[in-house]
Every structure is written in C-alpha cells, then in structure tokens.
Design a protein around this ligand. Structure first.
Ligand code: GZL
Length: 317
C-alpha cells in the first residue's frame, strides 16, 4: 500500500512539473509589457496585430502601449511597467539612442527586456536579446536588384525612414555599400519621409519639383508605405511609376503587391511581422535562466510582380 502511495505522489509531482513546464514553454500566465513604436505604417500595424494574436494564443497577459513614434512615450510606458512589477518587457525602439538609463532601471528591478525589430545602441548586457531582421542585408538586396535592373547605371532618389532609427541607418548602409561598387549608380537626392505614406508623397513631390523628372531612373524607399505615397506623387506629375521611374522598397505589405498588380511597383524586400513568437520564447527562456544569443534573426525574401497576385491573396490583401 505504501508503495502505491509513493507511486501516486511521484505521478502527481510529474504532472505538476509538466504543467509548469508547459506554461514555462508558452509563457501562459505571464504579464508582459510591449512598447510599440506607433502605427506609422501598414507593416507596423501588421506587426502589432501579430504580436497581440500570439500573446492571446499563448495565454499571455499583454500590456500594450502605442508610443506614436515618440521615445518619451516608450520610456514612460517602460517605467510604469517596472513600477507595476511585470514579468518582462518587450520594446520595439523608435530610435537607437537614449535607452541606457531605463534599461538599467529594468535590470535593477530584475525584469528581463527583449528588444524587437529596430536596434538600440545601449550595452547588450542590458537586454536579453534582439529579435529582428537584418536591415543591412535588406538594403544590399534592394541595391543588388536595382543594379541588375539598370545594368549598373541609374540616378536614384532615396526616401529615408525615421531619422535615427536603425532600420533607416542600416538599410541606407547596406544599399550604399552595393551601389558604391558601380560608378554609374548614384543617389542624387535623399530625404526622410518618416516611414509614412504622407511623408513619402511629400518628399517625392519635392524631388519632382526640384529636378528634371526624366533624369530620375529609380526611387529607393526604406519602406513600402513611403513608396506608395511616392507613386501617388509620380502619377499626379503625369509619370508612370515602375516604368518612367523604377521602384524598390522594403516590408512586402499587401498594398505593395496590389501596386505591382496595377503596374505601379517593381520589387519589394520582405520584412516578417511575425516576431512575437520568438520574442515570447526569449522571455520564457530568460525567466528560466537560459542564456541566449544577443540577436535572433528573422529572414525575408524579395518579391516581384510575377507572384504579386499570389502574395496579395496569401497576405490578406
Ligand atoms: C523595420 C521597421 C520599419 C518598417 C516600417 O524593421 O522598423 O518601421 O520597415 C516601419 O514600415 O515604420
């Protein structure tokens, strides 16, 4: 009889252990603060929705803050979660600098922080890991396509993303590295459109007003939303986007595939919005004392009009 009782006790303990282990794996029951840049682009909105859906599927209590592209709002949200004593914090930083102090405060409070999407210049010891794509690679890929599409001769206008954001800085870095290898590939104008459609349209309008439009071979936009705004400006100027002026951008949002289907865009480099899963896994690992690499990459391809209809349908267009 005693042996049976011992067996039952062991079985019970194992089952409890498996429950915790299961919870530990999914993060169920955890309270996690997520500071999001804003809702400046379709990709950002898709990213937010994907993270929220993943949290719900895992039974994570997600505290969400939209910073409206203001770092001060992000820092205030992080401080409120530190005071609340959340289990972990996830930050999608709007710009690279200015994070050291609040990350130190989170570490002092023993609250793990995971960075997602854009990067920070803070000491990597202040956060668990960063889940993101490789922005430099995205820029290189965009430039490589444009070089081959123009046989290495093109006057390019550039629509930069948010000033000071790693996405803008690194995409520009990667693009410029590649075109530097081709003397007749030149950026003739460059200005920030802040990753928004309105910004892209306004900057493209200024380029078209200040230059001979026939001298512009291509527009390189750090995201699809600015490119879509630029196509509106091109059309209003009587130009045919993707024909009179080639287009290359990043994000692979549904609307860029619609633009390809309408003959208004040539190519887009994909940026996955599905970073919530790896981020939550990193939180669980950190809470279990597991050491992680400081970067967990997410990959993406490059897409063209030949598969636009299929991609548009697949991505909820
Ligand atoms: C890049 C991301 C950028 C997107 C834009 O990972 O930070 O911010 O490319 C968004 O659409 O505004």
């Amino acid at each position: 009889m005693r042996f049976v009782k011992v067996l039952l006790l062991v079985a019970m303990l194992l089952s409890v252990g498996s429950v915790f282990a299961q919870d530990a794996g999914s993060g169920a029951g955890l309270t996690i603060g997520f500071s999001q840049v804003g809702s400046e682009s379709a990709w950002r909105t898709a990213f937010t929705e994907a993270v929220k859906a993943e949290a719900e599927a895992r039974g994570i209590n997600l505290l969400f803050s939209d910073a409206q592209q203001k770092q001060e709002n992000q820092i205030a949200a992080v401080r409120s979660w530190i005071a609340q004593g959340v289990d972990a914090i996830i930050i999608a930083p709007v710009v690279e600098t200015g994070w050291d102090e609040v990350l130190q405060e989170a570490q002092d409070a023993e609250i793990p922080v995971v960075i997602v999407d854009r990067n920070v210049t803070a000491d990597p010891s202040l956060f668990v890991t960063r889940v993101s794509s490789d922005f430099v690679h995205e820029g290189r890929l965009a430039a490589a396509w444009l070089v081959q599409a123009t046989a290495g001769k093109c006057a390019i206008v550039e629509l930069q993303g948010t000033v000071g954001s790693s996405a803008a800085l690194d995409r520009q870095k990667g693009f410029n590295e590649v075109i530097a290898l081709f003397p007749d590939m030149k950026i003739v104008a460059s200005q920030s459109g802040d990753f928004t459609r309105t910004g892209g349209k306004q900057v493209m309008e200024s380029f078209l007003n200040s230059m001979d439009p026939s001298s512009i071979c291509a527009v390189w936009a750090h995201n699809d939303d600015m490119l879509i705004g630029a196509t509106q400006a091109m059309k209003e100027a009587g130009l045919d986007p993707a024909d009179d002026i080639l287009t290359i951008s990043v994000d692979a949002i549904p609307d860029i595939f619609k633009a390809m289907m309408d003959g208004d865009a040539n190519a887009t480099v994909e940026l996955s919005p599905y970073m919530g899963g790896p981020a939550f896994d990193a939180v669980v690992a950190a809470l279990n004392g597991v050491e992680l690499p400081k970067w967990i990459p997410v990959a993406g391809g490059i897409y063209f009009p030949d598969t636009a209809a299929e991609e548009y349908a697949k991505r909820g267009g």
